[in-house]
Design a protein around this ligand. Structure first.
Ligand SMILES: *Cc1c(COP(=O)(O)O)cnc(C)c1O
Length: 424
């Protein structure tokens, strides 16, 4: 099946007389005939459902679709993109470990890494996605356990050189984890370029309607944990909480990472997606391929309009030929990038804020990737915890407006921007 067909069909195939749409299994628990039968599930000897904190059939069907879209071997949903990134990293990096991360990442992820996970004993080195080979090499330490980046960074819109960072990660015996939220598997499939784990905030384009917060983790099933057994004891030595199961041996390359993540991290932290939310996410996925095309088309038209406007200081959109990331975007996402455009309004912070108040269609929201166009001033909202130097490293300037182009008429969006600029 091609990816368009997978968006519609993957993950759930009903049998005779069964519901055509994915059933919402709104049940916390599942019945068994004997305690022994249920015990085998607790020992990970059989697979099946026993408690929805760990797994639920509705959520699993939707995870299977996302797995198929990315071309992975196993996937899980989480209750948010934050928990997806936390789980993906914490599954292999704990107290005393170190991770190399792109500095150009979502503000929430930066805070998770630099503050909260640091308190848990995980150290991060943040490097520019455009760093030199020497800088990249110098970022690794003996206790490095992973490399992390975003295919298209939110909100800086830098494009990550997945192949280059995958090669560097693998040369150091660690996996590359890539947050593919903005590009979506419609426009970019990081596994084809060597990434090992992909994460998503499904809250964004995958849901696409601003309806449900959620996340996903997908494993390419290629990273050989046993070949680097000393680095990943959590996957390569027995887990006493499951009677000595060794994940990499019992579940193989394809299943070890997601199984461990589910049965340890979901068990203990419980960032569980609800079956209702998973159902809504699936409705979004059914039209993801159609929507992404329009999001990208609208964003390109808006970016081209802004670029020639004399009240605009600069425009950043990787789909524009003037973008320093244009060539890289063509390589990794030839069909299009995303619907988000960032730009600076002449007159800085204050002009940007007045421009935003004048918009009638685009609403001010802490959100992106919605059917409805929305905009945000990151320096005073999502990135406000960062100091000036950190803002620069994350690619966020004071005058930056982030505009997420929705599915409306591009002409209406441009007229709205024109009248808002007219007034300043
Ligand atoms: C929004 C976002 C997140 C966090 O996801 P939530 O669903 O809001 O928890 C992580 N990464 C990227 C790139 C995002 O845009």
């Amino acid at each position: 099946m091609r990816i368009e067909t997978k968006c519609v069909q993957s993950g759930y195939t009903p049998g005779n007389g069964e519901p055509r749409q994915i059933p919402i299994v709104q049940s916390t628990t599942f019945k068994y005939a004997t305690s022994e039968a249920m015990g085998r599930l607790f020992d990970l000897e059989d697979s099946g459902y026993f408690y929805s904190r760990l797994q639920n059939p509705t959520c699993d069907a939707v995870a299977a679709k996302i797995c198929d879209l990315e071309g992975g071997t196993a996937a899980m949903l989480t209750s948010s993109g934050q928990s997806a990134n936390f789980y993906a990293v914490f599954n292999i990096a704990g107290n005393g470990d170190h991770v190399v991360s792109s500095a150009s990442i979502y503000g929430g992820t930066y805070n998770l890494f630099a503050v909260t996970m640091k308190r848990m004993g995980v150290d991060f080195t943040f490097i520019s996605p455009d760093c030199t080979d020497a800088e990249l090499e110098a970022a690794f330490r003996p206790n490095t356990k992973a490399v992390f980046g975003e295919t298209i960074a939110n909100p800086a819109l830098t494009v990550f050189d997945v192949e280059r960072f995958a090669n560097a990660a693998h040369a150091h015996g660690v996996p590359l984890i890539v947050d593919n939220t903005f590009a979506t598997p419609i426009n970019c499939r990081p596994f084809e370029w060597g990434a090992d784990i992909v994460t998503h905030s499904t809250t964004k384009y995958m849901d696409g309607h601003g309806a449900a917060v959620g996340g996903a983790i997908v494993d390419a099933g290629r990273f050989d944990w046993l070949a680097h057994a000393d680095k990943f004891p959590g996957l390569t030595t027995p887990d006493e909480s499951y009677h000595g199961v060794t994940y990499a041996e019992k579940f193989g390359l394809g299943g070890a990472f997601i199984t461990k993540c589910t049965v340890q991290l979901m068990r203990d932290f419980g960032s569980t997606p609800s079956p209702q939310s998973a159902f809504m996410l699936n409705l979004g996925l059914e039209s993801l391929h159609v929507r992404m095309e329009r999001h990208c088309e609208n964003a390109l038209k808006v970016a081209q309009y802004l670029e020639q406007h004399d009240k605009i200081a600069w425009v950043n959109y990787p789909g524009l030929e003037s973008s320093p990331y244009h060539a890289r975007a063509q390589k990794y996402m030839p069909k299009g990038t995303c619907g988000v455009v960032s730009f600076g309004v002449k007159g800085g912070r204050e002009a940007a804020s007045r421009f935003m108040q004048n918009l009638r269609i685009a609403a001010i929201e802490t959100h992106v990737a919605d059917a409805r166009t929305c905009c945000l001033h990151p320096a005073s909202t999502t990135h406000r915890q960062m100091n000036d130097a950190e803002l620069v490293a994350a690619g966020v300037s004071g005058d930056l407006v982030r505009l997420s182009c929705g599915l409306e008429s591009a002409e209406d969006l441009i007229e709205d921007i024109a009248q808002a600029l007219e007034q300043i």
